[in-house]
Design a protein around this ligand. Structure first.
Ligand code: CA
Length: 353
């Protein structure tokens, strides 16, 4: 009897020790998104990733997600991860070009790689290593976070037949592509997403770009601007997961791998989800608004945009060795992989449309 009691005490002590250990091992992380609560498919990628981490770790690694309305700083997430206020974030690398120009090329570049080419570059062509080199000074690890695929060039109220037609046009187009168009004489503005539809409807702006049919349809632009131009400026917009390096280093090897696999799976899933959404949305738009016209920019416009892009890039890369190294790597990789894209997808599609 006495022996049993002693054994029981031991057993209880052992159980308590194990559960205390389990409680210690439970990892709770916080993630900040640049986006609001619901912006499909961006926010789906984040929730999908956190859900995978939770399930794969058997509930030992839990990531809670704060949308921009909670943390109040959509473009403050870089600093919040850097300072360790959040363990990780979901955003887009090209938003940080004002903080550190070396982060610019890791989202997409005008006239750059398509999504399959760019994924090949990231995972097998040295892109990931270059991205870590760019983020290392900030104590941040960066990972691909979901791709929109080729974005559309935007909704225009009037048809563009020449370079002259672009001059003086007011367009919402953010970032580097906006700088390219400014060189062609456009007035580039950045208007809050909530005001875009009204601005386009009232003619405060003549054109805007957003993403592609899947995300554009909810904005309603097709109801007020019938010319839908094909893309040139964001051929493979990759979102990003940023992770605080110190907190990542503290994870067990198992949790590191779980996180890595979940981020990679979520990124790929967003790419195909957006593909699905765009096919679906375009079918609806084309049926309900048969007056929408799909256009490509005339050759003289494309040539001028390409030239402005090249000039701007060489200005930017001047005296910036790491930026130059990344841009050179992308260019070389694109030249090589594009030959294969042409032999495989392009020639296949050309004869089968
Ligand atoms: Ca866009």
């Amino acid at each position: 009897m006495k022996i049993l009691k002693v054994l029981g005490t031991f057993a209880l002590a052992a159980v308590l020790a194990i559960s205390a250990n389990a409680a210690e091992k439970k990892v709770k992380w916080k993630l900040a998104m640049t986006w609001g609560q619901t912006l499909s498919p961006f926010t789906d990628a984040v929730h999908g990733m956190a859900d995978m981490v939770n399930k794969m770790s058997g509930g030992d690694f839990v990531i809670t997600i704060d949308a921009a309305n909670k943390h109040k700083a959509p473009f403050g997430v870089f600093d919040m991860v850097k300072l360790g206020q959040y363990d990780m974030a979901h955003s887009a690398s090209y938003y940080w070009k004002g903080k550190d120009i070396n982060t610019l090329p890791f989202t997409t570049m005008p006239f750059g790689m398509t999504a399959p080419e760019q994924y090949a570059w990231f995972y097998y062509g040295g892109g990931m290593e270059l991205m870590q080199e760019a983020y290392a000074p900030h104590g941040i690890l960066a990972f691909p976070g979901g791709n929109t695929g080729n974005q559309m060039g935007g909704w225009f109220r009037k048809e563009i037949n020449s370079l002259e037609d672009l001059k003086g046009l007011k367009m919402r187009i953010p970032g580097f592509a906006g700088e390219v168009l400014a060189k062609l004489g456009l007035t580039v503005t950045n208007i809050a997403p909530g005001e875009l539809y009204t601005s386009l409807e009232r003619g405060t702006i003549d054109a805007l770009e957003w993403v592609g049919p899947g995300m554009d349809i909810k904005m309603g632009f097709h109801k007020v601007a019938p010319y839908y131009y094909t893309g040139w400026h964001e051929p493979a917009t990759e979102l990003q997961f940023m992770v605080n390096q110190k907190n990542f280093d503290k994870l067990s090897d198992r949790n590191k791998e779980i996180l890595r696999v979940a981020m990679r799976t979520a990124a790929y899933d967003m790419y195909i989800q957006n593909y699905h959404m765009s096919g679906d949305a375009w079918a609806t738009m084309a049926t309900e608004y048969p007056n929408i016209k799909i256009k490509t920019f005339p050759k003289e416009v494309m040539d001028a945009m390409k030239k402005a892009n090249e000039d701007l890039l060489s200005d930017y890369a001047k005296d910036k060795p790491l930026l130059k190294k990344v841009l050179d790597s992308q260019k070389a990789y694109m030249l090589k992989s594009r030959v294969w894209t042409q032999m495989s997808d392009y020639l296949y599609l050309k004869d089968n449309l």
